[in-house]
Design a protein around this ligand. Structure first.
Ligand code: SAH
Ligand code: DHB
Ligand code: MG
Length: 218
């Protein structure tokens, strides 16, 4: 089994489970044309996030790290009428591409993209309006802080998902790089936190070898 196989299987699964989707396809094209990094979740992963939000019946979703809005579209499509997704993005250029992609997907009414460092935007979110799902996928060294904020901004029954927690296995290296060290800290925090029930699923696919942490707020 090689990374080429993982990508070929992801292509097969994308075709089988997602197929041609005008808004998602255009979102990736526009992101590519604007030279955004090609690091959005894969199609099957996007659908996984969408399913988690549906299973939860999420009405309020927080995303940290918008990029071109690919995962944003998957998550926002899970919202019922009147539902709301707030996505935090540092780069104005990324946020502008995402805004257009979200509008083309017909989701502008339920998605708000806030530009700036997430660590500044998080304290401004109203604590009295908890989120049902939080997807953490921004600058990796801040992930432990984002998990702490997610705990403050959720309620029992909410779901917290963290992307990129395995980093090709770097997470168990003797001297992990700064990103992997942060993921180790984030997973340790989640594992020890009595308010969370957490697991981690390793993944392979078109994005290589990585993983998601998934937690339920007790
Ligand atoms: N969730 C997206 C991918 C996000 S990539 C998807 O799957 O489609 C990570 C994003 O986090 C990038 O757009 C990057 O600009 C943004 N980012 C980096 N540092 C940030 C910060 N401090 N605050 C908010 N966003 C940040
Ligand atoms: C990178 C970031 C991501 O969020 C991801 O899913 C894959 C790669 C990166 O910064 O390289
Ligand atoms: Mg990611």
């Amino acid at each position: 089994m090689t990374p080429e196989t993982w990508t070929a299987v992801d292509d097969y699964l994308g075709g089988l489970l997602v197929g041609a989707d005008a808004a998602l396809d255009k979102a990736l094209q526009a992101s590519d044309a604007a030279q955004l990094p090609a690091i959005a979740v894969s199609a099957p992963q996007g659908k996984f996030l969408h399913l988690l939000a549906r299973i939860r019946g999420a009405k309020r979703i927080l995303e940290i790290g918008t990029l071109g809005g690919y995962s944003t579209i998957w998550l926002a499509r899970a919202l019922p009428d009147g539902g709301r997704l707030i996505s935090l993005e540092f780069e104005p250029r990324h946020a502008e591409v995402a805004r257009q992609n979200v509008a083309r997907a017909g989701l502008a009414d339920r998605v708000e993209i806030r530009i700036g460092p997430a660590i500044d935007a998080l304290p401004a979110l109203p604590a009295g309006e908890p989120f049902d799902l939080v997807f953490i996928d921004a600058d990796k060294p801040s992930t432990p802080d984002y998990v702490r904020w997610a705990l403050k901004l959720t309620r029992p029954g909410s779901v917290i998902v963290v992307d990129n927690v395995i980093r090709k296995g770097e997470v168990i290296a003797d001297r992990p790089d700064a990103n992997a060290a942060a993921m180790r800290e984030a997973m340790g925090l989640m594992a020890r936190e009595p308010r969370l029930t957490t697991t981690v699923i390793q993944t392979v696919g078109s994005k290589g070898y990585d993983g998601f942490a998934i937690a339920l707020v007790n």
